[in-house]
Write a protein that binds this ligand. Structure first.
Ligand SMILES: [Fe+2]
Length: 455
């Protein structure tokens, strides 16, 4: 596999802290089956004050030392460009655009608050200068997450669409990703790895999830074929696909839950509670889903069978049908069914871990976005000399901050609502909900206060 978006260059942004951590990340990625990396530190971003040339020079030194012993010639330099209004304005003054080292591909991100119309305007400015934009982690933008057809618009404008690997393991993004597949509006999956713990530089779990829920062809397209075009600077043409996914594919929170439930079934099999006895391979079981996942599947869910996205080569059909046996083993007479006898109960700790992780992701996004807006205001003060225009721009950013806060509230309360439902479903105490809500408000206030004090 090829990872086309990773923050592994040490000490330049919010990715690898130092050389030791970057080597650790490389080793972890290699063990995961990744063979090539496009190294993409942040550029024109609040967390990275470096110029393109400085980043490139740091990359060359680092790759000369660690590339030889850890990755040979499988490292390519690129950057992840934060595209904002000042950047677009200065495009015409740039001698060398910050594309990937060997091509006109440019990995880009925007303010989370941007609407698709703003993105399309910026993309137009890039494309008329010969850039082939690759939009990073499209799932983080509310205007795209809520309207997948907006992503289709960007794809149709000639952008490559990238999604973070971890999102394929997070049910928060399930409907969105399914829609992108249906629209044929996703091209690449990358790790966007920043460290070994919270945002690890790995892909294999997600590759397996895509294979299971969609098909092996889709997995190879997203994780191998399209990233290879980027790595070697070759022309990419989005394939026409016929999507075929078997009925009742089930999506769960993440690989750890799947692994835990798979072990549960293997354990039951070994105890003779399931047909197939001690041979797990004989069990006709893939995943036991949560109640919510069942409703996802039955209300339209993953049933894309026979759906034609466009004329073209027919994809290999996934054969991993999700079924849970309802036969009673003759030896025990115990009935096993998906909703009654199989002990599908999640522990309190599992429920808390899943939801706190989601809240922490929202928190880090919120903090990063507030920091970016602050940076935008500083840029407006620096770059816009006309007083009226400067004031208008700053007012716009302040309005953006308000919209960001409102959006964050919606997302956090959605997670808290699901969190509480999950706890109540199993009669667990729900005190943690109130604590989480209070902590969210205190973090939000502290973040706002921090920037207000600086003005
Ligand atoms: Fe990134």
């Amino acid at each position: 596999m090829i990872d086309s978006h990773v923050h592994i260059l040490p000490g330049v942004d919010d990715g690898a802290r130092d050389e030791e951590q970057s080597v650790y990340m490389l080793e972890k990625a290699k063990a995961d089956g990744i063979t090539h990396w496009i190294v993409t530190p942040h550029y024109n971003h609040a967390c990275s004050p470096h110029t393109y040339d400085e980043l490139k020079s740091r990359f060359i030194k680092w790759a000369a030392i660690y590339g030889n012993s850890h990755a040979k010639d499988n490292l390519l330099f690129g950057v992840e460009v934060y595209v904002d209004e000042p950047f677009i304005k200065f495009l015409k003054h740039m001698d060398k655009l910050p594309t990937f080292e060997n091509s006109n591909y440019m990995l880009i991100e925007f303010s989370r608050a941007w609407k698709v119309e703003q993105m399309l305007e910026a993309i137009h400015e890039l494309k008329i200068r010969g850039v082939h934009p690759v939009i990073a982690h499209v799932e983080v933008y509310p205007d795209l997450l809520e309207k997948p057809e907006n992503v289709k618009q960007l794809a149709d404008e000639g952008c490559m669409i990238q999604v973070s690997a971890s999102s394929f393991l997070d049910r928060h993004y399930y409907k969105f990703l399914r829609a992108l597949i249906q629209l044929n509006a996703v091209d690449i999956v990358a790790s966007d790895g920043h460290d070994v713990k919270n945002r690890p530089p790995i892909l294999s779990d997600s590759y397996r999830a895509v294979t299971k829920h969609f098909s092996k062809n889709w997995a190879n397209r997203l994780f191998v074929d399209a990233p290879r075009k980027l790595f070697y600077g070759e022309v990419y043409v989005r394939p026409h696909m016929v999507v075929t996914v078997t009925k009742r594919q089930i999506y769960t929170m993440g690989s750890s839950v799947i692994a835990g439930l798979a072990l549960l079934f293997i354990g039951l099999g070994q105890l003779g509670f399931l047909p197939g006895g001690s041979n797990p391979d004989a069990l006709n079981i893939a995943v036991l889903e949560s109640t919510e996942a069942i409703s996802d599947a039955t209300d339209g869910g993953f049933d894309l069978t026979d759906e034609s996205i466009a004329a073209g080569a027919k994809e290999e059909e996934t054969t991993e049908q999700v079924t849970v046996s309802t036969q009673a083993p003759a030896s025990t007479g115990l009935p096993i069914s998906a909703t009654t006898s199989v002990p599908s109960k999640l522990t309190y700790d599992e429920i808390v871990t899943i939801h706190i992780t989601m809240l922490e992701l929202l928190q880090s996004d919120y903090e990063a976005n507030v920091a970016r807006i602050y940076e935008d205001i500083q840029n407006a003060r620096t770059f816009i000399s006309d007083e009226a225009k400067r004031k208008a721009a700053i007012d716009g950013y302040i309005e953006e901050a308000g919209a960001l806060e409102a959006q964050c509230d919606i997302e956090v309360y959605d997670v808290l609502y699901k969190f509480q439902n999950a706890l109540e479903e199993f009669d667990y105490p729900v005190d943690v909900i109130e604590e989480s809500r209070a902590e969210y408000h205190s973090i939000k206030e502290a973040t706002k206060q921090k920037y207000l004090n600086e003005f």
